[in-house]
Design a protein around this ligand. Structure first.
Ligand SMILES: [Zn+2]
Length: 718
């Protein structure tokens, strides 16, 4: 990385130096906060070309080494660092596409991807870099390395194998073309979903058709309609869509079955309707992945993915999923019987099947064991700012960190930020620094972009924007930078009240955030994202468990009008509702996990020559509610199944969750707000990043291996 001292001699203030650097190469790694206004589409290709040139120099340096010059640093570490700057450009362009996309930026991203694919097909240097590394791996000094470094060498060799080292030039070319096509399929898949999610709308002019909807929802829906110039104050109309005024809400609360049925049509349309049908894309992806896996010496794509997980093989993962399904089957069957009996009572006729548009509506009205508790009763105690502040304070105390909010400014191109003010990509984005409480050291910084807006990608995620690169010398570590992205309930007219589901999104993503920021691994490439795939969700799934704990909620949940703390009675009901919660969400996770594995293992046998929805329905029939019609296959809308990291290993959510629940038992025993346990969690799980095997991380924190008995107590998702 370029030394910032070579920039901007006219001013010695740190902020100006950083801004000069950012102006020169806005998509490159920066020494401070990035300049978002400088990241214009026109700059994508110049920065990509510069990053490619640097990648070329890094590769040439390795290829030019003579065997007697090989060291651990100039071979294996240097290889892991190849393309750092290119990765940064791709990360920032990708982040902007997910937060404020434009047609120009999309075009620039496409050009960037094409340049990267062209580059990867080029030959660099006299020898291939993989040959140098294979040769270096045989050097006698490798056997003398510490065990951690030997594991590092093995990981590099594994990476080489997966990148196609050892393939002929013709096979390499085929592999590159497969990857390019898979990337295009993924983009098309997301574009289809985006198009379907933003285009489906239902306009209602008779409020009777929305009977049962909460007043706040009706206000928001009418305002959304007016914003589209549909309806007026005098002749109002109400808008239902899949984003801001969700059809799912209508399917939960609306008393009118016909309205619920129309909404279900909308909810089922993404990935299925003719113009946005994802089935051909999924099928093509399965064929390409099988070819890709075989090229690299794996039986199928799912095995290729499992090779970098704690599970090891796809067969073991499928056994794990099947065993969970079988374990929950008796309880699920009993629940279905109860559900149908209650439904029959409500409808006055004996039902053996249920229309999918009635599921959420009746599930809401069937109280668990006769309890009169609805989770929405908690919302008046979840005022947005209090919850966010409460979450930050809770993890400050547990993890021994100090989180400080920064002043922010959203700039236009060419404007400069006032000193001490952090630039953001949208006026509602907030920025924070994280310091270690004991040493005062700056560990990381992060943004929070929490509310939905047109163009921004849905759901919640955490984006590593710039992760520190450990240095061989003793120079100070860089700070990590990440963004917590969500689409929680935005500030409305009645205070700013969140749902319990919003707390889930916040706490879950904050778990990822802490993992990304607090990881302090010794070697490059060992950041939080490099842990085994089925451990990656462990910190987020652990940290989300605090939203079910009365002791944790008591630290921030107060009534937005009266300032009364959350009544103990409600907190108790929340906990017991969780124990009695329906198994349906858990089964849905298992459905997706099973389908994802089966498709990526047995596509030719079980799916190829059959309609997708029919094949999926047959596979899942024993574990589903008895519906009156065939539902669209879940994978049509599961973006994870097209994402390289998660495709073929969706089960990792379940495995990580079981690890998280096991780890939580230590907090349960020692105190969920106990800073000593929190410090151990930081030290043994978060700080090592991917520098140790996940099994070791777990053992270091728990003093034992994962306990299957503990993991089977209770159910995932509860
Ligand atoms: Zn997650």
């Amino acid at each position: 990385m370029k030394n910032v001292l070579t920039w901007g001699l006219a001013c010695v203030c740190g902020i100006c130096l950083v801004q000069d650097a950012a102006a020169e190469r806005p998509f490159f790694r920066a020494a401070g906060w990035p300049s978002w206004s400088a990241m214009v589409p026109d700059q994508v290709m110049p920065d990509t070309q510069a990053a490619l040139a640097e990648t070329r120099r890094q590769l040439e340096a390795i290829c030019a080494l003579q065997p007697e010059e090989y060291t651990f640093e100039n071979t294996f570490v240097a290889y892991v660092r190849v393309g750092e700057q290119l990765q940064q450009v791709q990360t920032l362009v990708g982040h902007l596409m997910m937060t404020r996309p434009t047609a120009e930026l999309q075009k620039a991203q496409q050009m960037m991807m094409e340049a990267v694919v062209r580059f990867s097909a080029e030959r660099i240097g006299e020898r291939r870099v993989e040959d140098v590394l294979m040769e270096a791996a045989k050097a006698p000094w490798v056997a003398q390395l510490e065990p951690e470094k030997q594991r590092y060498v093995q990981q590099v060799l594994e990476k080489l194998r997966n990148s196609g080292a050892g393939l002929s030039a013709e096979q390499q070319g085929r592999k590159t073309r497969i990857e390019k096509e898979l990337h295009q399929l993924r983009q098309q898949f997301s574009a289809n979903l985006e198009r379907a999610l933003t285009s489906w709308k239902l306009v209602i002019t008779d409020p009777q058709e929305l009977a049962g909807m909460p007043a706040e929802w009706m206000e928001q829906s009418a305002a959304a309609a007016r914003a589209l110039r549909i309806g007026t104050e005098d002749a109002p109309a109400w808008l239902v869509d899949l984003m801001m005024c969700p059809a799912m809400d209508v399917m939960t609360y609306c008393h009118v079955e016909e309205t619920r049925r129309r909404c279900w049509e909308g909810v089922s349309s993404p990935g299925t309707a003719r113009a946005v049908d994802n089935e051909p894309l999924l099928r093509r992806a399965m064929e390409l992945r099988q070819e890709q896996a075989e090229l690299l010496g794996y039986r199928h794509f799912a095995d290729m993915q499992a090779a970098r997980s704690m599970m090891g093989t796809a067969e073991k993962a499928l056994v794990f999923v099947d065993q969970l399904m079988a374990a929950y089957k008796p309880a699920f069957d009993a629940e279905v019987a109860e559900y149908l009996a209650a439904l029959s009572r409500v409808k006055g006729e004996r039902l053996t099947r249920i229309e999918p548009w009635n599921e959420l509506y009746f599930a809401k009205d069937i109280p668990a064991d006769g309890e009169d508790f609805q989770i929405e009763q908690l919302s008046p105690y979840f005022q947005g700012e209090r919850v966010i502040g409460g979450m930050l304070r809770l993890w400050e105390k547990l993890l021994g960190i100090r989180i400080t909010e920064q002043k922010v400014h959203c700039l236009a191109r060419g404007e400069s930020s006032p000193a001490g003010v952090v630039e953001v990509w949208h006026p509602l984005v907030r920025a924070f620094t994280v310091h270690d409480t004991a040493s005062g050291r700056h560990i990381g910084s992060f943004y929070m972009d929490l509310y939905p807006r047109p163009g921004k990608q849905g759901e919640a995620w955490c984006m590593p924007l710039q992760l520190a690169i450990p240095r061989a010398d003793d120079s100070p570590r860089e700070a990590n930078l990440a963004a917590l992205m969500a689409n929680i309930t935005p500030p409305g007219q009645q205070g700013h009240l969140l749902h319990h589901g919003d707390l889930y999104a916040l706490f879950h993503e904050f778990g990822h955030l802490m993992h990304m920021l607090l990881a302090q691994p010794p070697l490059p490439g060992q950041h939080a994202m490099s842990v085994e795939q089925d451990f990656l969700e462990m910190p987020s799934q652990l940290q989300e468990l605090w939203i079910w704990e009365p002791e944790a909620l008591a630290t921030f949940a107060r009534h937005f009008r009266t300032d009364e703390p959350l009544p103990a009675e409600l907190a108790v009901k929340l906990v017991s509702s969780r124990r009695k919660k329906s198994l349906l969400p858990t089964m849905q996770l298992l459905h997706t996990a099973k389908l994802d594995l089966e498709m990526n293992m047995h596509y030719a046998d079980k799916f190829k020559d059959r309609p997708l929805d029919e094949a999926a329905a047959e596979l899942l029939a024993p574990w589903r509610l008895p519906y009156t019609c065939t539902l669209p296959c879940e994978l049509r809308t599961t973006t994870h199944t097209m994402t390289p990291g998660y495709a073929g290993c969706f089960y990792t959510y379940l495995w990580s969750e079981l690890l998280a629940r096991d780890a939580f038992s230590r907090f349960r025993k020692e105190g969920i707000l106990n800073p000593a346990t929190g410090a151990d969690y930081r030290k043994h799980i978060l700080e090592p990043g991917g520098s140790k095997p996940a099994r070791q991380l777990f053992r270091d924190f728990m003093g034992r291996d994962p306990d299957p008995a503990t993991m089977q107590q209770g159910l995932p998702g509860q």
